[in-house]
Design a protein around this ligand. Structure first.
Ligand code: HEM
Length: 153
């Protein structure tokens, strides 16, 4: 029987990334963003993503890049909304679960959730929920109103 194991290192990261992007390329909502809009060069994108996830999971420090800028560039060219990010996460989580099980598998899914939320909010200029007026305490609200009405102080 072929039992699933955890993501132990670079080899499993490569498998995860390869299978995930095979699915992304074939996806009707996301595929064209890579294939047509960004015209992704897979021979350089895949190794970049191995390094990215290896750095996130195992602190290999092998990734150099700017994920925010890469996605910001896409916003004016194609929808990059909640629907796209939710599909991305569904494919990512599904791929992890199909191939691996364990602590690292759980961790990589929650890192992906967090990063998807950060990238989504930053590129769409959705306010950080921590600073949403609805979530402020009365003291914070009072303080922020004062800053706004009296910027010179
Ligand atoms: C709607 C969801 C997303 C779409 C459509 C998308 C699409 C893209 C595209 C087109 C690129 C550029 C590839 C190229 O060089 O041609 C890219 C790069 C990248 N993406 Fe995403 N992405 C999404 C979500 C995410 C999320 C949630 C993460 C992280 C968990 C992520 C991590 C990265 C990284 C690390 C790069 C490489 C940036 C660099 O250093 O150049 N992406 N993405």
């Amino acid at each position: 029987m072929n039992r699933k194991t955890d993501l132990e290192g670079r080899a499993e990261i490569e498998t995860l990334v390869d299978v995930f992007y095979e699915r992304v390329r074939d996806d009707e909502l996301l595929g064209f963003i890579f294939n047509d809009i960004a015209q992704t060069d897979w021979e350089s994108h895949l190794p970049k993503m191995y390094a990215f996830w290896e750095t996130v999971l195992f602190r290999s420090n092998s990734y150099r890049g700017n994920p925010l800028a890469a996605h910001e560039k896409l916003v004016s060219k194609t929808p990059m909304g909640r629907e796209q990010f939710d599909r991305w996460l569904e494919l990512f989580r599904g791929t992890v679960d199909d191939l691996f099980v364990g602590e690292h598998a759980e961790h990589i899914k929650s890192c992906a959730d967090d990063m998807a939320n950060v990238i989504y909010s930053r590129i769409n200029q959705v306010p950080d929920p921590r600073f949403d007026p609805a979530n402020l305490t009365p003291e914070q609200r009072e303080r922020y109103t004062r800053y706004k009405s009296d910027p010179g102080e």
